[in-house]
Write a protein that binds this ligand. Structure first.
Ligand SMILES: Cc1cc2nc3c(=O)[nH]c(=O)nc-3n(C[C@H](O)[C@H](O)[C@H](O)COP(=O)(O)OP(=O)(O)OC[C@H]3O[C@@H](n4cnc5c(N)ncnc54)[C@H](O)[C@@H]3O)c2cc1C
Length: 454
């Protein structure tokens, strides 16, 4: 079988590892990743929270990649919630190693990319290749490239993100992504640039999330703490702000001064216990963080300290994640755009890949003629209810970041205090998710129902 994976993001790279691990050389003649960026450097982005379930999925297909990730990340299972007056709303544990076997970590997206790229032979990934669309044709799929050329494959995996060309072909553009009115701004700052009190706070604080009437502001370490790391890793933090913005900001032609002024007007007067000598911490972070790129074309830093502006796109829930033949299958954000508000997008993309590969292995062995159809059906049966639950939680979390009147703010603060008192076990269904166990349970013969009780 010849497999083409469209998209070399975390979903596409995970799909590669999962298929290589679970299918035999007899099953696969070739797997190739097609990525529109010219090189790995251009796939860089901001910081990420990688949840215990995502680490479990990655460990099962690329254990060396997980080692690399853990070596370059900051344990971020403790969340401190504050309001814009600097008051503590509560501290919540979310993803402790003692409970889940893996701890929630914060790290640059680029580290996850480089971890997953390692181990993929150069000839199996083509950079600078943009897929325009896909079409089924006589038991194969024809992939059309932006230069007009085409290539045939037996199976195409669309892991090409929120604005997926594969999804667009599958549904004739009916479910294309739309801007959801919230925009994220953020970046990295070297730890040593920050005031001492804030630097010190990272020894005991995990991730800080602050909610105000005019939006949301978060920050955390994004590398291991100094002295707890290989000396080659320069310590730095990530920061991000999310606010409502009615028009889509033009992220490619940014007016950096306007971005800074916008952030200062929203968060500059917010208070923090780490304010010292009349210096407001949020103001300092914004002043330091709102920098234009030094040289956007040549940057190779995995924590480039320029500001990023990311309008958020969402897609409606899709009627299906695959073509009826099973020869075209969507994974990750192409199948279910995951907003950042639950920190699950990367983990879910990796889980999709593992579940799909395990099912394909099973059906290739048990029903080879029907394997692609059966795999696609089982994949959706297993993944859709779980993903829809996470999307519901993400929607609630996103609403909390929207602008509020004074009453809305009081209600939100109260709700946050309650959330911090809820048991950590609320996250168990998501953080304990084990793709292998899910597939095994699905494939187990179901007990026959009886007409009469014994
Ligand atoms: C601001 C922000 C913060 C987030 N924070 C978190 C977080 O903390 N934790 C978390 O788990 N998730 C987070 N997410 C969600 C997460 O980033 C996504 O869910 C995840 O990246 C999905 O991975 P993917 O591989 O499916 O898609 P993507 O990461 O979008 O990768 C798709 C790839 O396909 C390529 N591509 C696209 N079109 C084509 C084409 N036509 N031809 C060839 N290649 C193509 C792209 O260049 C890209 O490399 C965040 C999202 C945003 C927007």
């Amino acid at each position: 079988m010849k497999i083409l994976i469209v998209g070399g993001g975390i979903g596409g790279l995970s799909a590669y590892h999962a298929l290589r691990k679970h299918l035999s050389a007899l099953d696969i003649s070739s797997i190739t990743i097609l990525e529109s960026h010219e090189s790995p450097v251009r796939t860089l982005g901001g910081g990420l929270g990688l949840a215990p379930n995502g680490q479990r999925a990655i460990a099962s297909i690329a254990p060396d990649a997980l080692d690399h990730i853990l070596e370059h990340s900051f344990p971020g299972s403790q969340m401190t919630f504050r309001n814009s007056s600097g008051s503590l709303l509560g501290i919540f544990s979310s993803g402790r190693k003692e409970r889940y076997g893996y701890e929630m970590v914060m790290l640059p997206r680029a580290v996850v990319h480089e971890a997953l790229l390692s181990g993929i032979p150069e000839q199996d990934i083509r950079w600078g290749v943009k897929v325009k669309g896909v079409q089924e044709s006589r038991n194969q799929v024809s992939v059309e490239y932006s230069d007009g050329s085409t290539e045939m494959a037996d199976l195409v995996i669309g892991a090409d993100g929120v604005r997926s060309a594969v999804k667009s072909s599958l549904f004739d553009g009916k479910f294309d992504a739309k801007y959801d009115g919230l925009t994220g701004v953020g970046g990295f700052i070297d730890l040593e640039e920050l005031p001492n009190a804030l630097q010190e706070s990272f020894q005991t604080n995990g991730v800080t999330m602050t909610f105000g009437r005019s939006g949301f502001f978060g920050y955390s370490m994004c590398s291991p703490l100094p002295h707890s790391q290989p000396s080659t890793i320069h310590p730095f933090i990530q920061w991000w702000s999310i606010y409502e913005c009615p028009v889509i900001p033009d992220s490619k032609n940014l007016d950096y001064d306007a971005v800074k002024a916008q952030l200062l007007s929203r968060h500059g007067s917010w208070k923090s216990p780490y304010d010292e000598d009349g210096t407001r911490i949020y103001q300092t972070i914004i002043q330091l963080g709102c920098r234009p790129p030094k040289d956007p074309e040549s940057t190779t830093s995995r924590h480039d300290t320029s500001v990023m502006v990311l309008p958020r796109f969402i897609t409606p829930r899709l009627p299906s994640w695959s073509a009826s033949s099973g020869r075209i299958v969507l994974m990750g954000d192409a199948a279910h755009t995951m907003p950042p508000d639950v920190g699950q997008g990367v983990s879910c993309a990796a889980e999709d890949a593992v579940v799909y590969a395990l099912l394909l292995k099973h059906y290739l062995a048990s029903s080879p003629d029907q394997a692609l159809v059966l795999t696609a059906k089982a994949y959706e049966d297993i993944r859709k209810p779980h993903i829809h639950h996470i999307l519901d939680v993400a929607k609630r979390n996103g609403d909390a970041k929207k602008e509020k009147g004074w009453l809305g703010e009081v209600i939100r603060d109260f709700a946050m205090k309650i959330v911090c008192k809820l048991p950590e076990s609320l996250n168990d269904a998501v953080f304990t998710y084990d793709p292998e166990a899910e597939v095994t349970a699905y494939l187990q013969p179901k007990p026959r129902s009886r007409l009469w009780p014994l």
